[in-house]
Design a protein around this ligand. Structure first.
Ligand code: G3I
Length: 392
């Protein structure tokens, strides 16, 4: 069984570095060496009974993406986060962590070379503070959703390097002490485990060493933030996650401040559950890294009626539970985020024709079996932790 998790206590949401308190001596002894000592402020549950955040064990955050930007701009509804009060209410009630779905991406936050637009990101961070939620920052170095001024600007390598340094310093610096985890480098490998040296402008123009620099700049701008490598199709042990494993070892050997590895976990019931998830997270934990699940959803092929069958919903609930349990079982996997909580705003039907129903709530926020699966797995883990503390 996983040792009792470390609890990070924050006395105020803006506190940059909080105390890291081991609950039991043997827990500290069993924990992997933490290369990153300045734990960020985290967030007690403050949840109403019956919610996900209230069910979660101490020190474990349960998060959701905050719908806005990206595909939502093309949908026939106004911005979800600012316009949908019942949506915001659920987001505040149920979750102890939030991840801007698109609002911190380059095209959104840095629309012109000399202009940033922090309006939405500021609102999300303020919302998180009011509701005592952690924030996962997403993302700083990526091949996608970059503005045309950057991709088509014809910049020299020296200019690009300075543009990236300035961006990371500005964005991470603005939210210093207020973002628990940053996805510094997102999706840097393709599915074969090769670095994306063609479609990623930074890797193509500046070479792989730019990854280390991005982490260094982010760490300078906010020494209290946990800095992550984040990707999809890295749930199981395989070519792509092996590439991350080698990259992490290389970065750590150079003394680069990389603190976490996270699996997005965009799953589908069409494929078997990635049964190596727990072992995979554990091998990164054994390198001294935090791990996280950052974007879980579980899509399915919809019947002609558009309404999933009971069997499909039960299968989906099983995937959600298994993903959460894998994380709960690994020391240092203390952050678990779903990529939206309601089908009303999910990216899935927009990207996968004929598929959907990927989240844990229907459009009207009523709960699916997957919601209950998450809540009961959290409650069981909390009971185990309390029991362990009393007897262990
Ligand atoms: O490129 C056009 C742009 O030219 C146009 O101005 C704009 C407005 O209509 O649309 C643009 O493309 C959209 C893009 O966001 C950028 O705004 C796409 O149509 C839209 O589908 C896209 O959606 C986002 C997607 O990332 C893009 O990669 C989704 O909302 C967002 O949920 C999704 O999130 C990603 C994570 O960041 C990383 N991991 C995978 C995950 C799911 O794809």
């Amino acid at each position: 069984m996983k040792p009792v998790r470390l609890v990070r206590l924050a006395t105020a949401p803006l506190l940059a570095a909080a105390l890291s308190v081991p609950l039991a001596a043997q827990a500290a002894a069993a924990a992997p060496p933490q290369q990153h000592s300045a734990a960020p402020a985290t967030h007690a549950h403050h949840g109403k009974p019956g919610t996900l955040r209230a069910a979660a064990p101490e020190g474990f955050v349960i998060g959701s993406a905050v719908a806005g930007g990206g595909h939502h701009l093309e949908q026939p509804y106004p911005d979800p986060f600012t316009s949908d009060r019942p949506y915001r209410k659920q987001l505040a009630r149920e979750f102890s962590s939030v991840s801007p779905e698109n609002q911190m991406k380059w095209e959104y936050i840095h629309p012109e070379r000399d202009r940033y637009d922090f309006a939405m990101a500021d609102r999300i961070v303020a919302f998180a503070e009011r509701n005592r939620q952690a924030v996962r920052g997403h993302t700083l170095l990526w091949h996608s959703q970059n503005p045309a001024w950057l991709e088509e600007g014809g910049f020299s390598p020296a200019e690009l390097r300075e543009i990236l340094r300035e961006h990371i310093t500005t964005v991470v610096g603005r939210y210093a002490g207020r973002v628990q985890q940053w996805d510094v480098a997102n999706e840097v490998f393709d599915d074969t485990g090769a670095l994306r040296t063609r479609d990623n402008i930074w890797l193509r123009e500046l070479g792989p060493g730019i990854i280390a620099d991005a982490f260094r700049w982010a760490h300078e701008a906010d020494p209290s933030a946990e800095l992550f490598l984040n990707d999809y199709n890295v749930e199981d042990i395989g070519a792509k996650s092996d590439a991350y494993y080698a990259l992490v070892q290389d970065l750590l050997a150079q003394g680069v401040p990389v603190h976490g590895f996270s699996a997005q976990a965009h799953l589908s019931t069409e494929y078997p559950f990635p049964s190596g998830l727990e072992d995979n997270l554990r091998r990164f934990a054994e390198l001294g890294l935090a791990t996280a699940i950052t974007e879980l959803d579980v899509r399915m092929n919809l019947p002609e009626s558009g309404v999933p069958t009971r069997a499909q919903l039960a299968e989906q609930a099983r995937y959600y539970r298994q993903a959460l349990t894998a994380c709960l079982n690994v020391t240092g996997c203390d952050s678990f985020t779903i990529w939206g909580f309601t089908d009303k705003y999910s990216w899935v039907p927009v990207f996968f024709s004929g598929q959907g129903a990927a989240t844990v709530m229907w459009d009207d926020f009523t709960r699916k079996p997957a919601y209950h699966a998450l809540r009961s797995a959290l409650a069981e883990a909390a009971r185990d932790d309390r029991c362990h503390r009393r007897h262990g």
